[in-house]
Design a protein around this ligand. Sequence first.
Ligand SMILES: Cc1cc2nc3c(=O)[nH]c(=O)nc-3n(C[C@H](O)[C@H](O)[C@H](O)COP(=O)(O)OP(=O)(O)OC[C@H]3O[C@@H](n4cnc5c(N)ncnc54)[C@H](O)[C@@H]3O)c2cc1C
Ligand code: FES
Length: 278
Amino acid sequence: MNEIKEAFWLSHQIVQMEIHAPDIADKRKAGQFVVLMTDERGERIPLTIVDSDVKKGTITIIFQVVGKTTTCLADMKKGDCLFSVLGPLGKPTEIENFGNVVCVGGGVGIGVIYPIARALKDAGNEVTSIIGARTKDILILESEMRAASNRLLVATDDGSYGFHGFVSQVLQSLIDEGERIDRVFAIGPVPMMRVICTVTRPFDIKTIVSLNPIMVDATGMCGACRVAVGGETKLACVDGPEFDGHQVDFDLLTDRLRMYYFQEKEAVESYRCRCNGK
Ligand SMILES: Cc1cc2nc3c(=O)[nH]c(=O)nc-3n(C[C@H](O)[C@H](O)[C@H](O)COP(=O)(O)OP(=O)(O)OC[C@H]3O[C@@H](n4cnc5c(N)ncnc54)[C@H](O)[C@@H]3O)c2cc1C
Ligand code: FES
């Protein structure tokens, strides 16, 4: 059992939570994730470890409420206990001094890229971060990302804050202006990561993306998280979640994410009905 030490909404759909998990806090590295269960009969969901506090023995997660389990998790309060938290899982991000790096985060992906930007800056890279959201109200971690970067650029789809448009357009402008970019890290919705790869491919800028397929055991046994990278089948839970974006089959990833769409819809609707009936 893992106690929730803190829980609050960052925006109307995104929650930040601090969870007691001292062993994980001690060992985790940027890019790794946990698999948690809210209760004994719940499903196992993967969430990135955004931060940790070794002294307090806590890890921080940031998640978007999209379906049954994230709704149920968001309903939990400070002092409640999660049934289990397993981790740290996945390969850590490859952190080196690459030179000039650009970290692109979209939506809740900003939470996932934050520890990576911080680790890259600590390793001596010149970090430019580009973060974006549909609108200003749902943009998260702006001050944290500013501190984790040498330069922060912001975009909103509706122009309510920063550049009016997509993060990919901001990246394209940097390239068009002739900036030297040694590596790009892009994390966010699948269409965003795909477009970022389209922008960087002609310039041969290595681009790392973090894939989010459905996971079940997260230990390489079930095959649920299989993705195709460079024509080979990889398991995102043990071989990833980060891969060379230019090699990723995004069509397959998109199809596999939609596989349980109707069951997922039904599950969240019946959960909400049960809660409202209480
Ligand atoms: C390694 C890894 C790290 C992740 N880190 C984070 C994180 O830090 N914060 C965060 O908010 N989410 C993260 N995710 C995604 C998160 O695991 C899913 O959003 C969650 O499992 C959805 O569970 P649910 O029961 O609430 O929704 P479901 O009922 O399972 O799904 C509801 C809707 O969300 C979509 N969906 C389901 N699974 C995923 C998925 N894996 N990625 C994107 N959309 C999905 C479905 O297509 C459906 O439309 C991560 C995924 C992986 C694989
Ligand atoms: S989630 Fe089962 S093999 Fe990756």
